[in-house]
Structures are given as structure tokens and as C-alpha cells.
Design a protein around this ligand. Structure first.
Ligand code: MF3
Ligand code: CO
Ligand code: CO
Length: 273
């Protein structure tokens, strides 16, 4: 794998890893902050009886109010401003008129384009009160993202990130989804490198200052296997066990990483208050 100066690179995924400068970091900071603010905003609207389409509408409107274009709108035929994935849905749940029930857990994933830069992030929410096992899943998934980010620094590898996530999740007797990965992003939504949420220390791509990518582990209570429903998008656990996900967009710095999608309200893991 080769690296390329992002300022010289074509606006496509050439398979090379783009290295970004300070202007890109400033752009990602702004896009990430608005995407995180949208996740802050929806928190108080997640309630029993609310439809996921109503939440998606709030996310569209928030974008319009902040000069932020939902990146998923018309992306590969997707027609919503967010992905909302309930209970055994792993990711890419399509907002609909279906309403939330007591104890439902859901991931809301928002990507906005601001001045051409993509801010991509997701968090878990609960309608009412979760079952104890669901709350445990949410906490483990959040902690796995924190451990993945803690492995990021120049000279470390993508395998180090994956290993940090996988070894922790499996030590808690849960499983890491293999079929969806984190990704480079910037002016593109999905770019090299792929960030696997499993792996071996020292394997994969070597990280360098100026790389920008997401980490977005999906964790299942049961087995890791997924399948896509007939709508062509909704990914669910094959064994119908509960699944959770958290996602941040980050940039590699001199000695670690900068999180572009930190919550302006200071929210970390659910509950948000
Ligand atoms: N935001 C998702 C991600 O984390 C991608 C959603 S693409 C869509 O990469 F088309 F499903 F919306
Ligand atoms: Co992403
Ligand atoms: Co996302």
C-alpha cells in the first residue's frame, strides 16, 4: 500500500492512503462538530412511540440549518439522512414509520458534508429503559471504540486497532462483526484504508500522521454473522441477537489521534445527560 499527499490525489478511491494537512484537519473539525451536534440534538427525541422517520426528518432539518448536507442522501441509491438500526439490526437500518417500543436499543448514524468535508459518527440510544444485557452490550461497544482509538498513533498498524477492539470484546464474551469496517474519509465518504475491527498486532497498514479515518465497531451479543434483508440495505444478525455500534471520525496526529466528532455537549456513552 502506498501513501499519497491528499492535495495531489484524485478525488477517487485509488487504494492509496491519503495524507492530509492542516487545512483538511480544520475542515474535518468543522464537519465532525456539526455531525456530533446532530447526535446530541436527537438524544432528547428518542422516546417510546417516536418513528425513526421522524428522527430522520429532525436530522435532515438540523443539517439544513447548519449548511450541512446529509451524505447518505442519494448515496448509492439510499434516500435518507441517517441510518437508524434497532435491536438486532447491525447497521444501515432504513428510517420508516415504525415506532420505537419500550426497551428498544438503536444506533443512529449521521454523516454530514460541510464545505466538502465528511463528518461521520454514530451512537447508541435507548427508548425507555434497556434490559441489563442490552445496557452491557452498549457499554462494551463504547469501550471497544475507546480502546481502538487509544491504539492509534504513527507507527502503529490497523491490526493494532482491530486487535485492541476484538480482544476486549471477546474477553467480555461478545462478538465483533466482520462484514463491515471503518474507512478513510475526507472529501470522499468512503476511501482507503479499511479499518478492520478485528486482527493481529503489527499486521495491516502502518499508520502515519495526517491519515483520516473512522473507527466504528459493531458488536453482537451472539455470533458475529450478518445478512442483508430484501430491501438491499438492512444488515441484521443471523442469530437475531442484539447488536450495537459507536463511531467516531479521527485524524492521526504526531503522538495519537484527534477526534473530530466529539460531542459538543460532552456526551460519551449512553445515557446522555
Ligand atoms: N455512515 C455509514 C458509515 O459509517 C455509511 C452509511 S451509507 C448508507 O460508513 F448508504 F447506508 F447510508
Ligand atoms: Co463510517
Ligand atoms: Co457512519
Amino acid at each position: 500500500m502506498t501513501y499519497i499527499d491528499a492535495d495531489e490525489a484524485p478525488l477517487t478511491n485509488t487504494g492509496q492512503i491519503k495524507i492530509y494537512g492542516e487545512d483538511a484537519f480544520a475542515g474535518m473539525r468543522k464537519a465532525g462538530k456539526i455531525a456530533a451536534a446532530a447526535l446530541d440534538m436527537v438524544a432528547e427525541h428518542v422516546k417510546v412511540g417516536v418513528s425513526t422517520a421522524a428522527l430522520d426528518k429532525l436530522i435532515f432539518d438540523f443539517g439544513m440549518d447548519h449548511d450541512a448536507i446529509p451524505a447518505t442522501l442519494n448515496y448509492k441509491g439510499y434516500t435518507h439522512s441517517s441510518c437508524i438500526s434497532i435491536n438486532h439490526v447491525i447497521c444501515h437500518g432504513i428510517p420508516s414509520d415504525k415506532t420505537l417500543k419500550e426497551g428498544d436499543i438503536l444506533n443512529i448514524d449521521i454523516t454530514y458534508i460541510v464545505d466538502g468535508w465528511h463528518g461521520d459518527n454514530s451512537r447508541m440510544y435507548v427508548a425507555g429503559a434497556p434490559k441489563r444485557i442490552a445496557e452491557r452490550l452498549i457499554n462494551i461497544t463504547y469501550e471497544s471504540l475507546m480502546r481502538g482509538m487509544a491504539a492509534v498513533k504513527p507507527g502503529a498498524t490497523t491490526g493494532d486497532i482491530g486487535h485492541a477492539i476484538q480482544s476486549y470484546v471477546e474477553s467480555e464474551r461478545m462478538s465483533v462483526v466482520r462484514d463491515f469496517v471503518g474507512h478513510g474519509l475526507g472529501r470522499l465518504f468512503h476511501d482507503a484504508p479499511s479499518i478492520f475491527h478485528f486482527g493481529q498486532p503489527g499486521e495491516g497498514e502502518t499508520l502515519a500522521e495526517g491519515m483520516i479515518f473512522t473507527i466504528e465497531p459493531m458488536v453482537n451479543i451472539g455470533k458475529p454473522h450478518s445478512k442483508i434483508l430484501a430491501d438491499g440495505w438492512t444488515a441484521v444478525t443471523r442469530d437475531r441477537s442484539l447488536s450495537a455500534q459507536y463511531e467516531h471520525s479521527i485524524g492521526v496526529t504526531k503522538d495519537g489521534c484527534e477526534i473530530f466528532t466529539l460531542s459538543p455537549k460532552g456526551y460519551g456513552c449512553w445515557p446522555y445527560e
